[in-house]
Ligand binder design. Sequence first.
Ligand code: SAM
Length: 275
Amino acid sequence: METDLKTLLRKHGVQLTKAYGQNFLTDQDLLAEIVEKSAIDSQTAVLEIGPGAGALTRAISQKAKKVIAYEIDTRLKPILEETVGDRKNVQVVFKDVMKEKLSVLEDKLGEDYVMVANLPYYITTPIVMNFLENSSRIKALVIMVQKEVADRFTAKEGCSDYGAITVGINLRGSAKEILYVPREKFTPAPNVDSAVVKIDIDKEKFSGVDLKKVREVVKCAFGNRRKMLVNNLMNFYKIKREQAEKALLDSQISLTARGETLSALDFVNLANNLG
Ligand code: SAM
């Protein structure tokens, strides 16, 4: 398949570009494992971001109900035509996904969906945050990220990897690493190993809670993560020490706590008690 990819690229005169993070997967067993661990079945609508040469798209389309795939690089059009053109349940949209309105994208899907993305690392976090914060239709996100980012997404409270993104995920659901992918599985091989993380959304989790307000407290707590939370609260909300301490005590959080020790539930309680 590696040869197939090289043949395809040569045939269509396409040179992969770092600018779009074009490191492609070719190992059929690995692709099948990603799809299997994503729990995609014939009832699942899939939003794929960055189909590339279509290897993962094809593997997904063989299991899924339908796939809407966003690809920024129009040079890949003839290649995708060749690799997934015969798949009736695949629609490729040639557009920067960052420039697509969520409502337009979700209208195309027309139902709840699972996102699958193997993206350049620099846009992964903004994309994940955007869907976590603004989508009510997403059921799960299956994302390939560099191993260090996977550790951040799945970190437990109190670890150095635990941060605003971890809490952001835990406010909507939970994340787990489902697959480790060494760098040599990509063509060309990047400088880092990767992992696939699956974030399952639990629509009932914290339903009725003003998550916007909670995210503001999270931002405040991690804005200066080495500082004690009480000081961050005073600075951010321009409140007196007594007020900040009362909110912490009412939330059963230690007065000397730092943001990195708080669970998503602690943040919800704290946002409530800050009034
Ligand atoms: N899914 C393929 C695979 O696993 O082999 C390709 C993955 S490659 C790491 C990332 C793909 O995302 C490339 O095809 C790139 O052109 C595309 N891409 C990068 N930025 C994008 C964006 N903003 N919107 C849509 N696609 C993008």
